[in-house]
Design a protein around this ligand. Structure first.
Ligand SMILES: Nc1ncnc2c1ncn2[C@@H]1O[C@H](COP(=O)(O)OP(=O)(O)O)[C@@H](O)[C@H]1O
Ligand SMILES: [Mg+2]
Length: 322
């Protein structure tokens, strides 16, 4: 488990060329992305990278058409203009501009919680039982099939928006109405009672797990971005349990075609079984964010983490293993 990072592939910041740090956008996670992007920009510049902020995909398109950037550090969060759903990745691929993180397939699959679960289930990877809720679906029948408590969520959002835990049948309709306010499909999932974990992935390495202990009932938007009383324990587990958690996260990440970097959310029930929730392909880099915490635990400061993430935009064989 004592993993070490390979040597950086580049040592000269000029090797990256002019870098667009793509942030903001139009998704529900705009503000979080701006905070992440500001941190990344500052870190890259401190390391001598010629990095510049770009707000949203339309601004990036103009800049790329004018050939103003050599590569993109994508720190947009979310879908539909958020840049985490494969659209940006396809655009950059078509224009021949390298971008950090996962490509079209991994981004699109990871953005869709239902499709991610379908892939994991097909491969025998553990994820909570669920029902896809089409428009007009028999919500109460679905809850009975899964057994209460359940959690209702939009399939393609993030930051816990539109999510409700339901312990009582009387709460089902409101939960579905809330999730339905967001575009895309909905799912109802068995609620896992136990510990909440997240595992960052950087290159071929799963970072130490983080156990998240929210002061409130669960890891909602407030606990993620605003609360100062959420506790983060890193590594979240010990010995073989920690190893198994990291292995599962890496397998789940690869199963949905992800590469470069990301973060896998996992619940662990009272019997010690791990259950995959989702993969984030452009996870937060705010002061509260988890990948930076896990990287630090492995001895990688924030600036080095940003450098390494930028390296994920290099083509195979590009750069040297100094
Ligand atoms: N099946 C589940 N059982 C228990 N808690 C869950 C479950 N699904 C989600 N949660 C809680 O809701 C939070 C957000 O869910 P998640 O699926 O990670 O979506 P996102 O982070 O994209 O909004 C999780 O961090 C966890 O606290
Ligand atoms: Mg999550």
């Amino acid at each position: 488990m004592n993993q070490v990072f390979p040597a950086p592939r580049l040592t000269d910041p000029a090797g990256f060329g002019r870098v667009a740090v793509l942030m903001g956008g139009t998704s529900a996670e705009r503000e979080v992305s701006l905070a992440s992007g500001g941190n990344v920009l500052e870190a890259l510049r401190a390391r001598g990278v010629d990095a510049h902020a770009v707000d949203g995909i339309p601004a990036l398109v103009s800049a790329l058409v004018e050939k103003r950037f050599d590569r993109v550090f994508n720190i947009l969060h979310g879908n539909k203009g958020g840049g985490e759903d494969g659209v940006l990745q396809g655009l950059c691929e078509a224009l021949g501009v390298p971008v950090t993180g996962s490509g079209v397939l991994g981004s699109a699959l990871a953005m869709d919680k239902i499709r991610s679960k379908q892939v994991w289930l097909a491969l025998g990877l553990p994820t909570p039982r669920y029902v896809r809720l089409a428009k007009g679906a028999a919500v109460h029948d679905a809850a009975r099939e899964l057994g209460l408590p359940v959690i209702v969520k939009p399939a393609c959002e993030g930051s816990s928006v539109g999510i409700t835990r339901v312990f009582d049948e009387s709460g089902l309709d409101d939960a579905v109405a809330l999730a339905a306010r967001y575009p895309g499909e909905l799912l109802m999932e068995q609620l896992v009672t136990g510990g909440e974990y997240t595992v960052g992935v950087l290159g071929e390495i799963a970072l130490p797990s983080i156990r998240i202990v929210p002061a409130g009932e669960y890891y909602d938007y407030h606990a993620k971005y605003q609360a100062d009383d959420t506790q983060y324990l890193c590594p979240g587990l010990r010995g073989d349990d920690e190893l198994a958690m990291r292995e599962l996260a890496l397998a789940a990440f690869r199963a949905v075609g992800c590469r470069g970097w990301g973060r896998v959310d996992v619940m662990r029930d009272a019997d010690g079984n791990n259950w995959l929730l989702e993969v984030n392909t452009a996870p937060g880099m705010t002061s509260h964010s988890l990948v930076p915490k896990a990287a630090r635990e492995m001895g990688l400061p924030f600036e080095d983490l940003c450098w390494r993430v930028l390296e994920t935009s290099l083509a195979d064989g590009e750069g040297s293993h100094a």
